[in-house]
Design a protein around this ligand. Structure first.
Ligand code: GLN
Ligand code: ZN
Length: 758
């Protein structure tokens, strides 16, 4: 019989219990026992709901108090020496010190997990000798198994992914691997002794381009693990994309019992399967429902995929699965009582995915006839939506179809715009500015909450926002910044603010997804054609500009970032959604210009993170991403200055795309890097203006004039003086006013001192 299987379940809790418990623990308001109790309850709830749904293969050890890569780092004892001397078992304080840092001890580096909005902590391979230093998988296996009354399926991050996601390798990769493998063997042996039948080994790095050498390591690693004396069966699980010919060959010949594949993301695995078939006797994990997006599965289409797979593998050896862990989905659609019914009927969060898996498994085992009713309901939801949801907008489609190359181009090239803008703005050398947001103090958040709850009138709320704008303009003038901002007090979040106002978007109430640790985000859902019913930012910008002679930057979130930080419809290509958002922003940009705003910043911090996992797919993405930005930004006069903020990115390999954005000024995070970032711009002979951040906004520290001056001097090793702007790394939203104002004063002073030398 085919089985249903889950690879991982959301772990923040339906009511965000884990987030709250973590924050209480960190604040010293609750002890470790209270935190562990909440964690246990969250795990138990996940197991129960999967059990009750009828899932056959229920995962354990997919839970984490902070991050599953950190858990694996602890499992193999890769604790860097700055966190103290080795403990036999990594303690909770050490665990959180690695996650969040401790006084004087920097945390492990946090970075993006593949192409998701999840973040993981980076393993450091120069840490002292690896060893088994956590009992977490054994404890959670025992816990799950006693609750379920049958063995759960422990999930481990596999050794190859752990190795390749890490940094500071001191020796050849093979030697590091040789140190890891005995630990993995021991873990497998202990799990086998405890009664585990299967272990899921996650190896997501296999869907990225891998060298022959890396594939050899994979072969070697699983040969060793396969030979462990007593071990559970191994399900090697890949996700977020497909294997390629080379990795397929290696993976299919490993001495393991199962291979899990993503059949949702693209057609790669399907083509490989049809070309090569599947090895005799192994289980295939058939990822046919989407673990990355929130749309209800079209059951007929998923069933067709399964039936095609069943031409190569007999049903007894098929596990019907999501394409990846369900970590990237919110818990339960049924909590969303305020969504339009027809939209809600189209959604499936983690809990709804379970039902889909069980239905599909039944169909595979008993034939389509067994699920006729479910198929009918499923089809009905899609029909209803078509009738009732305003997905399609003729005006938007016609406008898109009528676009010409001119719509993607400024009137003149940068070289001609630059002198016009110089003449208009009379900025000093090294102009000073900020990235947009100023501290969102408790009173700002409270006012917004009261306004949303209907306890504060529109008039009072906007009156309050206008007061804050007036104050922030006055203070920016006082300390002598050259280019001002309005402070973004009206925005809780840079994407949500626009999603709330654009048609084609809905927002959820409880659609929280873990970003890392206790951080959760609630991505908007793009369900239909995007249109802008009315201006979104013109009032606040006009208000701010009316209070000062200095230029105030209009402040927008770019099309690619809005797209990448939302759940996106799948019935049209992403590029088209990006262009639709871009058109709405283009109108906003023009309205800002018409309202007298002379500089407009369009933030694209998510441009780089949208890059596909395989390099061969980069050019296509970059082409439409750049065009979307240009569509949004190019409808202005030559002497209107377009800015963009890119946050922290590695620019070396996408510098052409950055240049192609044709923004007049960009700002980037730079205060923690030693100029490596800027070198790329120099080598490329990047012609435009850049503000490399000199103030680390992720720290409460107030940087001195001297250190910022030094960063600016360093930047001048790579940039011409006329190119250099002076600004913080990023927005100041999460900082406190008493940190921000002295820091900015110092920044202005640093720019003055530098100017004095020219
Ligand atoms: N303009 C935004 C702000 O200042 C940019 C935030 C970001 O880059 N993530 O908050
Ligand atoms: Zn930023």
């Amino acid at each position: 019989m085919a089985q249903s299987s889950v690879l991982g379940y959301p772990r923040i809790g339906k009511q965000r219990e884990l987030k709250r418990a973590l924050e209480r623990y960190w604040a010293g308001e609750a002890d470790a026992a209270a935190l562990q109790e909440t964690a246990r309850a969250v795990r138990e709830a996940a197991w129960r709901v999967q059990f009750q749904a009828g899932i056959d293969q229920i995962p354990c050890n997919d839970f984490s108090l902070y991050d599953h890569v950190l858990d694996t780092i602890c499992l193999v004892g890769l604790v860097p020496s700055r966190f103290g001397s080795a403990e036999p078992e990594v303690s909770l304080p050490t665990y959180f010190a690695m996650a969040r840092g401790a006084p004087g001890v920097p945390a492990l580096e946090l970075t993006k997990w593949f192409d998701t909005n999840y973040h993981y902590l980076v393993p450091e391979f120069d840490a002292p000798g690896p060893r088994l230093a956590s009992a977490k998988p054994f404890l959670e296996f025992a816990e799950a198994t006693s609750l379920l009354g049958r063995p759960a399926k422990p999930v481990l991050l596999g050794p190859i992914s752990l190795l390749l996601l890490g940094k500071y390798h001191q020796r050849p990769l093979r030697e590091h691997l040789e140190q890891l493998l005995p630990i993995y063997q021991e873990v497998l042996e202990r799990l086998a002794r405890a009664g585990a039948e299967w272990v899921q080994m996650d190896e997501p790095v296999l869907v990225q381009d891998r060298s022959d050498e890396e594939l050899q390591l994979l072969r070697a690693a699983y040969r060793v693990l396969g030979e462990a004396s007593a071990r559970p069966k191994l399900m090697l699980q890949t996700y977020y994309g497909s294997l390629d010919d080379a990795s397929w060959d290696v993976v299919m010949s490993l001495p393991i019992e199962g291979i899990g594949l993503d059949f949702v993301r693209d057609d790669g695995n399907r083509a490989l399967l049809n070309r090569h078939g599947f090895p005799q006797g192994k289980v295939i994990g058939a990822g046919v429902v989407n673990g990355r997006n929130i749309w209800r599965t079209n059951l007929v289409e998923a069933l067709e995929k399964l039936e095609e797979i069943a031409e190569h593998v007999e049903p007894e050896r098929i596990w019907v699965q999501p394409s990846c862990t369900l970590l990237h989905l919110p818990h339960d659609v049924r909590l969303e009582t305020k969504l339009p019914a027809a939209v809600r009927a189209l959604l499936a969060f983690a809990e709804q995915r379970l039902e889909e898996l069980v239905i599909l498994t039944r169909a595979l085992n008993e034939g389509r006839a067994a699920i006729l009713e479910e198929l009918e309901q499923n089809a009905e939801a899609f029909r209803l939506a078509l009738d009732e949801v305003r997905v399609y907008r003729r005006d938007v489609r016609e406008r898109l179809a009528a676009l010409t190359e001119d719509d993607f181009r400024r009137q003149s090239p940068y070289e001609m715009r630059e002198p016009l803008q110089r003449a208009r703005f009379h900025l000093p050398l090294f102009p000073t500015t900020t990235i947009g947001s100023f501290p969102q103090t408790p009173d700002v958040r409270q006012a917004r909450a009261r306004w949303r709850a209907g306890k504060l009138s529109d008039e009072d709320y906007w009156g309050f926002i206008r007061e804050r704008i007036a104050e922030v303009i006055r203070r920016q003038e006082e300390i002598g910044l050259d280019v001002l901002v309005h402070g973004e007090y009206e925005r809780a979040d840079m994407v949500e603010y626009f999603a709330e106002q654009l048609e084609g978007f809905v927002l959820t109430e409880h659609g929280w997804v873990q970003s890392y640790g206790s951080r959760v985000v609630r991505p908007p859902i793009i369900f239909g054609d995007v249109a802008r019913p009315r201006p979104m930012t013109v009032e606040v910008s006009r208000c701010a500009q009316s209070l000062t002679e200095k230029p105030v930057k209009g402040m927008l979130t770019g099309p690619v970032t809005i797209l990448n930080w939302s759940f996106v419809r799948e019935d049209i290509p992403r590029r088209e959604v990006a262009y639709q958002i871009a058109l709405a922003l283009r109108d906003e940009v023009r309205d800002l210009e018409a309202a007298g705003i002379s500089m407009i910043q369009i933030d694209e911090p998510a441009l780089r993170e949208g890059l596909p996992l395989r390099r061969a797919d980069w050019p296509e993405y970059l082409e439409w991403a750049v065009r979307a930005f240009r569509l949004a930004s190019s409808g202005v006069r030559d002497d209107t200055q377009i800015h963009s903020h890119m946050c922290y990115s590695e620019f070396n390999d996408i510098i052409e795309a950055i240049d192609a954005l044709d923004a007049d000024v960009i700002s980037i995070e730079n205060s923690r890097s030693r100029g490596e970032l800027l070198q790329a711009f120099q080598e490329y002979r990047y012609p435009r203006q850049i503000g490399p951040g000199v103030y680390d906004v992720h720290s409460a520290r107030i940087p001195s004039v001297e250190e910022m001056l030094e960063l600016l001097e360093r930047a001048l090793a790579f940039l011409r003086p006329e190119q250099l702007w002076v600004n913080p790394d990023c927005g100041l939203k999460t900082r406190r006013p008493e940190e921000v104002w002295p820091s900015l004063s110092n920044m202005v002073e640093a720019a003055r001192r530098l100017r004095a030398r020219f």
